[in-house]
Design a protein around this ligand. Structure first.
Ligand code: FES
Length: 83
C-alpha cells in the first residue's frame, strides 16, 4: 500500500491542493488501484515555498500543480505500485 498525502495547509490550498486531490483520485479510479493507493489530506508539511507539497510514504515532494499531476503520478507513484 502506498500512502499519498496532499498538503491542504493554507499556502498549498491557495495553489490548488483540492484540485490536485481530485485529479489524483480520478487517476486512482482510472487505474483500478483502489486497494493499493491511499489518498489523504495533510496539514502543512513545513515547506510552503515549494508547494503544493505531497508526501509518498512520508517522503515529501514539492512543486506539484494541478497540471503536472498526471506526469507526477506516472513518474513517482505508478513505479511504486508495480513493485
Ligand atoms: S501549506 Fe503546504 S507545505 Fe505549508
Amino acid at each position: 500500500m502506498v500512502t499519498l498525502k496532499i498538503c491542504v495547509g493554507s499556502s498549498c490550498h491557495l495553489k490548488g491542493s483540492y484540485d490536485i486531490i481530485e485529479r489524483f483520485q480520478a487517476l486512482k479510479e482510472e487505474n483500478g488501484i483502489g486497494d493499493e493507493l491511499s489518498i489523504e489530506a495533510s496539514f502543512c508539511m513545513g515547506n510552503c515555498v515549494k508547494g503544493v507539497c505531497v508526501s509518498i510514504n512520508d517522503e515529501v515532494h514539492g512543486g506539484v500543480t494541478p497540471s503536472n499531476v498526471p506526469e507526477f503520478f506516472e513518474a513517482q507513484i505508478l513505479p511504486l505500485l508495480e513493485k
